[in-house]
Ligand binder design. Structure first.
Ligand code: SF4
Ligand code: SF4
Length: 114
């Protein structure tokens, strides 16, 4: 990167190969619709929690797929499980179940209550 005269900030480095994808794999095995998300953001636009906080389900799913689990774990407890996001998803992602499975995976795989 230095050869271009600029570099990416160290805190923004994402090491896809080294990151732990176990949470995303746990979800995808049990809720295959997780794989069909196109990151359109309709769920975030209608999200009840997102109207009052910086929570974004779109961002959460991207973080999980990248294996950026610590940031995702901090965010996931904000969801109220109201289910509005399921109604607007154009890909039929069972978003509510994705969140429930992610919480379950964090409890089982990372031993962190969320
Ligand atoms: S609305 Fe559905 S396809 Fe769009 S970002 Fe949300 S989960 Fe993914
Ligand atoms: S279930 Fe969670 S992510 Fe979906 S709209 Fe409700 S608060 Fe937002």
């Amino acid at each position: 990167m230095e050869g271009f005269g600029f570099s990416v900030l160290k805190e923004r480095h994402i090491n896809y190969d080294a990151n732990d994808k176990s949470i995303a794999e746990y979800i995808a095995e049990r809720e295959p619709s997780f794989r069909t998300c196109i990151e359109c953001g309709c769920c975030s636009a209608t999200c009840t929690t997102g109207a009052f906080t910086n929570f974004s389900l779109r961002e959460l799913q991207i973080l999980l797929k990248r294996g950026e689990n610590e940031i995702a774990r901090e965010q996931i407890s904000k969801c109220m499980l109201c289910g509005k996001c399921i109604l607007v998803c154009p890909r039929g992602v069972n978003t509510r179940n994705v969140i429930l499975l992610a919480r379950e995976a964090f409890r089982k795989l990372m031993k962190n209550e969320v």
